[in-house]
Ligand binder design. Structure first.
Ligand code: ADP
Length: 486
């Protein structure tokens, strides 16, 4: 017995369909064979009846003879092998018979007699009342002139044909059983070819669910099962990768937090011990302040990320000039760039504002992160080119550096959360993930082109604000509630 499941379902399904098809085919086949046999018997008798026309004249000659002679003559001349010939009068009374099978003078009223009386060749298949044997009777009217009109009736037993049909039927059933057995074997094999891989994949996924992410689905499965297996393997690989990324994040964030905290602790202890001149005290206080700011920056970055993850980032939107945002960003990072002797150059039409509808502070955050990365990953004494233009209803702002660049392998991952090419560089790996989500919240896109060793270009595209929109949105902004950034 096949246990419940896909195998049983497939096997039963196939079995049922093939069984029904076989039943139908065998039924039609048996019907056709039976018809063929019965028709050939009928045709043989029919031919004999048609041939009686040739005898009509010689028969007519003897029609004036003694009745008994006449009937014997007819019986002898119209006889057909393997049949009984009866001669009946027009009332269906048996006048003569080639065998003593049917009692003479009996009246026969089967449908073939009625059809024969009407002038056609009558056929009847039924059971002989006295023997119960199945027979076929074929009758025809024979008009020999005068009062000599008879019905000639041929009777033949169908038992022989029926037993042959029975043998054929049994053979057909045997063939059917053999076909069903083959179907059963094939369908079990087919079901197993689906179920076994599924069982294997289920076993592997159970292990994965228990935390064994090193196991993989083995075996070269085809089609959908192959896809399922490779998707599961890919999923495990991605979980391992993201776990690794999280571990790296924890280690780099711990490092990021420890450095300023150590510095703050060191300076506060030093200052606490007293005895320092005002200049030294000022330097210490400024370092404590800077490191605290750095810590606040880190915590804010993580808070922003968590808000974006939970869709809780609220934007205070209004008309924002991207040219102004980029210029402000350049001013903000100027000192940092100076330290590495990096020169910043902006290419934008001074007469245009390149307005978009967005949150000025968040858009500034976007460009600060991109330009900050550009400086961080640029060589000393190099150039960073910034540009703002408008094309096809979009404001396109690009930041191009000639720094270390990113390999093709890493380029697709740098916008993933926590991802960093090199963890020694500091940072959290969240900047670009936050940047991308902020740009998307402004219905914009961000793209990156980079070549390892040559530099990187980050392009931000935002929907441009047409001048009339500009005023309308501005009015809305004044009328609307101040949502505030949370
Ligand atoms: P973080 O700067 O805190 O590491 P980001 O998400 O901003 O995080 O950047 C992720 C990684 O992408 C960086 O660690 C760096 O490896 C790579 N990256 C980003 N911008 C650049 C750039 N302009 N040039 C080279 N590498 C870059």
């Amino acid at each position: 017995m096949i246990k419940k499941g896909i195998t049983r379902q497939i096997v039963l399904h196939y079995f049922f369909v093939v069984f029904l098809a076989l039943l139908l085919v065998e039924f039609i086949f048996m019907l056709a064979v039976q018809r063929y046999y019965y028709e050939s018997i009928y045709n043989t008798i029919n031919q004999r009846i048609t041939a009686t026309n040739d005898y009509k004249e010689p028969l007519s000659l003897v029609s004036g003879a003694e009745d008994g002679n006449n009937l014997s003559y007819l019986l002898v001349n119209l006889q057909l092998d393997n049949t009984e010939l009866q001669i009946l009068d027009l009332n269906g009374r048996v006048l003569a018979s080639s065998t003593a099978f049917e009692s003479e003078r009996a009246v026969i009223q089967t449908s073939d007699i009625t059809q024969a009386m009407n002038g056609s060749i009558g056929r009847w298949v039924g059971r002989q009342p006295n023997t119960g044997e199945q027979i076929m009777a074929v009758s025809h009217k024979l008009d020999l002139g005068g009062e000599n009109t008879y019905i000639i009736r041929y009777l033949t037993s169908l038992e022989d044909v029926n037993s042959r049909l029975l043998v054929m039927g049994l053979l057909a059933i045997l063939v059917g059983i053999a076909v069903l057995a083959i179907v059963l074997i094939i369908s079990i094999g087919m079901a197993n070819s689906i179920v076994k891989p599924i069982n294997n994949i289920t076993a592997v996924s159970e292990q994965m669910a228990r935390g064994r992410l090193d196991v993989r689905v083995k075996g070269n499965y085809k089609h959908e099962l192959g896809e399922l297996a490779s998707t599961l393997n890919f999923m495990a690989q991605e979980i391992v990768r993201s776990n690794q990324i999280k571990d790296d994040f924890i280690s780099s964030i711990s490092h990021e937090l420890r450095t300023p905290l150590t510095s703050i602790k060191g300076w506060s202890e030093t200052l606490d011990s007293g005895g320092y001149d005002p200049d030294e005290t000022r330097i210490g206080m400024s370092i404590i302040s800077k490191e605290t700011e750095r810590l606040i920056g880190l915590v804010e970055e993580m808070l922003d990320f968590s808000k974006l993850q939970q869709n809780q980032m609220k934007l205070v939107k209004g008309t924002v000039s991207i040219r102004e945002i980029v210029q402000e960003t350049m001013l903000n990072v100027w000192a940092k760039a100076e330290q590495k002797q990096i020169h910043l150059k902006l290419d934008a039409d001074e007469t245009k504002a390149y307005n978009v509808f967005g949150d000025g502070n968040r858009l500034k955050q976007v460009f600060l992160n991109i330009v900050d990365n550009a400086i961080k990953f640029s060589h000393e004494n190099s150039w960073i080119y910034l540009s703002v233009k408008e094309e096809d209803g979009k404001v396109i702002a690009a930041v191009q550096d000639t720094g270390i660049g990113i390999s093709e392998e890493h380029l697709s991952k740098v916008r993933d959360r926590f991802f960093q090419v090199n963890h020694q560089n500091g940072g959290t790996g969240l900047g670009l993930a936050i940047t991308q989500q902020l740009v998307e919240l402004h219905e914009g896109t961000i793209s990156m082109q980079s070549e390892l060793g040559s530099g990187t270009t980050v392009t931000v595209m935002l929907p441009a604000l047409a001048e009339e929109d500009d005023l309308m949105k501005h009015d809305d902004q004044q009328a609307g509630p101040d949502i505030g950034t949370t």
